[in-house]
Every structure is written in C-alpha cells, then in structure tokens.
Ligand binder design. Sequence first.
Ligand SMILES: [Zn+2]
Length: 139
Amino acid sequence: MHELALCESIHAIVERAAAGAAVAWVDVRIGSLRQVVPESLVACWEAVSARGALAGSRLRCEVVPAQGVCRTCAAHTTVESVLDLECGGCGGVDLVLRGGTELEVVAIELADDVGGAAAGGYADEACPEAAGAGARRRG
Ligand SMILES: [Zn+2]
C-alpha cells in the first residue's frame, strides 16, 4: 500500500507543523509520475488520521503534470505517465523529464481558520478566551 505509507509520512509532517492545533485541511501537491491515486490517498488519509491528533482533518490533492523536453526538436510536452512518453512536436520518444515527481505538503488549514485567513496570511488573532479556557479551576 503505497498510499498508506505516503499518508503516514504526511501525517508526521503535518502533526509536527500543527503543534497540537486542530487541522481542517491538508493540501498536498503530487507529481503525476508518482503513480499516486488521489482518491486512494484521501481514503488512506481518513484511516491514518482517524486515530491521531489530526482526527477530522481532510486531505486535498493537486496533481501536477510532468513536462517532457524533446532531445530531438526541443518541444515541451505534458507527460501524464511514464508509459506514455512521446513528443507532442515530432512524435519522438527521447524526452528529458522535468517535474512530476514532487510530493509535498503545500498548506495546512487550521480548523479555526475556516472562512478566514488563507495559508500564508495567518492573522495574529489567537482567540483570547482559549488561553483561559483550559485553566479554569473548580473550588
Ligand atoms: Zn520532438
């Protein structure tokens, strides 16, 4: 289970980055040559995250196509699969691949951020009530 192993890696990265905060969405970018099925990855994520600190979070996948640059005519061709390496310009098969092998966590959206700041624009407005909520004493 290729996707399961990937999800476990992603989980470790996100768990560290979130540092205990509730995560709503995890955005990952996957190169088309990684042979990852996005639907499988999402399904595996639900299984992997269900039992940890990231329970309830969801995975979003963006598949990034690879580019093939022809050694014969220098045309650039979008490559969907390594089984389909053919130059869009001359029909040759001598392509140099660029990209398509990435697998990265590009953004983490915290549960508190839904409808608010997007990744990269995180506003410093940590809920002031949250600070006292856990410190309430009885008696
Ligand atoms: Zn060509």
